[in-house]
Structures are given as structure tokens and as C-alpha cells.
Design a protein around this ligand. Structure first.
Ligand code: HEC
Length: 132
């Protein structure tokens, strides 16, 4: 009888610690995925769905990370922010991002006209404020 109680308590402890583990793991994933919280909601949505996969520390391409990292952009010096934002405006105007190769393989990666406008208008406005 006693043995059984110990066994049940043991199992309960294992179950609880397993759950805690699952919770902390999920927590750290949220941190990784949610580091663009400083952007307005509508802008963040576009960045997260269309750009962040490559332009964040988790991105697979070093070139993309070097060119632009959304998670640190707003912490850069003003002049660097402005020059990055200008590049963002430029690639959106030309339709250069996400890269054509990516869209050939994954057509759903393409940015819609509406989303492109949301991101571009925000970049123009933010850049204007920074240059004042
Ligand atoms: C599939 C990966 C991928 C996605 C998605 C992606 N990019 Fe890029 N991006 C790159 C790579 C790789 C480079 C660097 C190489 C190059 O210039 O082509 C780059 C470069 C850039 C540059 C720098 C261009 C320059 O002339 O210095 C900007 C700005 C940019 N991306 C903006 C964006 C925006 C905005 C989005 C979302 C709408 C986006 N990217 C989505 C891969 C990506």
C-alpha cells in the first residue's frame, strides 16, 4: 500500500515537471517569434508573415540577416534606421522582396499590394519623423 502511494506521488512529480518544461519551452519560442512588438499591429503582421523568416536572427541566410534585421532595427542609430527604412521603401517599390526565387518556389510568400502599401507607408512616415 505504502509503495503504491510513493509510486503515485512520483508519477505526479514527473507529470508536473514535464508540464513546467513544456511551458518554459513554449515561452522561449514566443520570445523568438515576438521580437517585433515595437511595430504597430498592422505593420508587425506584414513583417512577421512576409519578411521576418529571413530578416531576423533565426533566418537561414546570412546575407539577409546582414542586410536587414527587423528585431534590432529600431535600436539602431537614427541615421542607420533611416538608411535601412529607405532600402525597405526601395525594395517594396521595385517589388524586389520577398526575393523572386522564393516566390517561384512558394507563391504564397508574395506580398500583396495592400500589405506592401501598409509597410511602405509606415516606413515613409517613420523615416520622415526620424529626419525631423
Ligand atoms: C526568402 C528570404 C527573404 C524574405 C522572405 C525577404 N527577404 Fe529581404 N533579403 C533577402 C536576402 C537574401 C537579401 C540580401 C541579398 C540581396 O540583396 O538580394 C535581402 C535584402 C533585403 C534588403 C536590403 C536591400 C539592399 O539593397 O540593401 C531589404 C531592405 C529587404 N531585404 C527587405 C525585405 C522586406 C521588406 C521583406 C518583406 C516584405 C523581405 N525583405 C523579405 C531575403 C529575404
Amino acid at each position: 500500500m505504502k509503495k503504491r502511494v510513493v509510486l503515485i506521488m512520483g508519477l505526479a512529480i514527473v507529470a508536473v515537471s514535464f508540464q513546467c518544461n513544456a511551458l518554459t519551452n513554449r515561452g522561449s519560442q514566443d520570445v523568438k517569434a515576438g521580437t517585433t512588438t515595437e511595430y504597430p499591429e498592422a505593420v508587425k503582421k506584414v513583417i512577421d508573415s512576409k519578411c521576418l523568416g529571413c530578416h531576423s536572427p533565426e533566418g537561414r541566410s546570412d546575407k539577409a540577416k546582414e542586410a536587414l534585421n527587423w528585431t534590432t532595427l529600431m535600436g539602431l542609430e537614427k541615421s542607420s534606421q533611416v538608411s535601412k527604412l529607405d532600402k525597405v521603401i526601395e525594395v517594396l517599390d521595385k517589388g524586389d522582396m520577398p526575393p523572386k526565387k522564393m516566390i517561384e518556389m512558394h507563391p504564397e510568400a508574395k506580398i500583396s499590394e495592400a500589405d506592401s502599401k501598409i509597410l511602405k507607408d509606415w516606413a515613409v512616415a517613420t523615416s520622415d519623423v526620424l529626419m525631423k
